[in-house]
Design a protein around this ligand. Structure first.
Ligand SMILES: NC(=O)c1ccc[n+]([C@@H]2O[C@H](COP(=O)([O-])OP(=O)(O)OC[C@H]3O[C@@H](n4cnc5c(N)ncnc54)[C@H](O)[C@@H]3O)[C@@H](O)[C@H]2O)c1
Length: 256
């Protein structure tokens, strides 16, 4: 990851206290990055940070609510006093919700868009100025295959993840002159705590999981680590020619 004498690079991951974000944080920490575990769930963020430090890795936890600009700004200001500037930003925090346009309430709709889309706007506003100043940086935004295919009962979620893709390209257009790379990752169904929560509400959770797995052309869900591996590539210098791209990692779901 780093050349011999260069200091470790610093990566802030939002929604890092669970599932895909946790796997990204752990993968980047193992690769030698200093990681910032940023999440609204402060206790879990601290526990993950503690474990990483026990393994000799560099990690900091910070309480950050992507829906609130003041929270984001305060978190970034506080944590960068300890870590130095942020080189890599992974906008991973997100929420999911089932519903059609008719069954999604206005409050639920706003909450979805505020978390999944406006959240990225807030975090970028807090971190991008320092990347521009230093003329370097990498951003990865977590979209979803819901941005590519029509899924039933996912109206607000799909709208939010489509917006993440469009925002990724707009960000890339604006930030390219400053040598900042911006890419999006589009996971298929990933066996994270999120999926556990969705299936727990079903009459037969195990059967629902099996149906979700069967929907994937390769017959299984992805793991958070498989998404983390894509992100680790995208933030590395190995991806130096990858700009404004959308990377699906979905077991073939959108290929057919
Ligand atoms: N699991 C999947 O199948 C799947 C598929 C495609 C895309 N994704 C995307 O991947 C990302 C992570 O999903 P996951 O499956 O790991 O979910 P998860 O629920 O396991 O983790 C999400 C994390 O985001 C945090 N978070 C929620 N709201 C926040 C806020 N306002 N501020 C800061 N942190 C907040 C939560 O506390 C949690 O730690 C999401 O953006 C999701 O849309 C997931």
């Amino acid at each position: 990851m780093t050349t011999d004498n260069s200091p470790p690079r610093t990566a802030l991951v939002t929604g890092a206290a669970s599932g895909i974000g946790q796997a990204i944080t752990e993968t980047l920490a193992r690769a030698g990055y200093q990681v910032i575990v940023a999440d609204i769930a402060e206790d879990r963020a601290r526990a993950i940070t503690h474990n990483l430090r026990e393994q000799g890795q560099k990690a900091e936890a910070v309480l950050l609510d992507v829906t609130r600009m003041e929270s984001v700004q305060e978190a970034v200001t506080t944590v960068t006093q300890r870590t130095g500037p942020i080189d890599i930003l992974v906008n991973n925090a997100g929420i999911g919700m089932a519903g059609t346009v008719l069954t999604t309430t206005p409050t639920e709709w706003d909450r979805m868009l505020t978390t999944n889309v406006t959240g990225i706007y807030h975090v970028c506003r807090a971190i991008v100025p320092s990347m521009i100043e230093r003329q370097t940086g990498v951003i990865v935004n977590m979209s979803s295959i819901a941005a590519m295919v029509g899924l039933r009962e996912r109206a607000a979620y799909s709208a939010s993840k489509g917006a993440v893709l469009a925002l990724t390209r707009a960000l890339q257009a604006d930030l390219l002159p400053y040598h900042i790379r911006v890419n999006a990752v589009l996971p298929g169904t990933i066996a994270s705590p999120w999926i556990d929560r969705i299936t727990a509400d079903m009459p037969d959770p195990e059967k629902t999981r099996e149906q979700m797995a069967a929907r994937q052309p390769i017959g299984r869900m992805g793991s958070p680590e498989e998404i983390a591996a894509v992100v680790a590539f995208l933030v590395s210098d190995a991806a130096s020619f990858v700009w404004g791209a959308q990377w699906t990692a979905d077991g073939g779901l959108t290929a057919f």
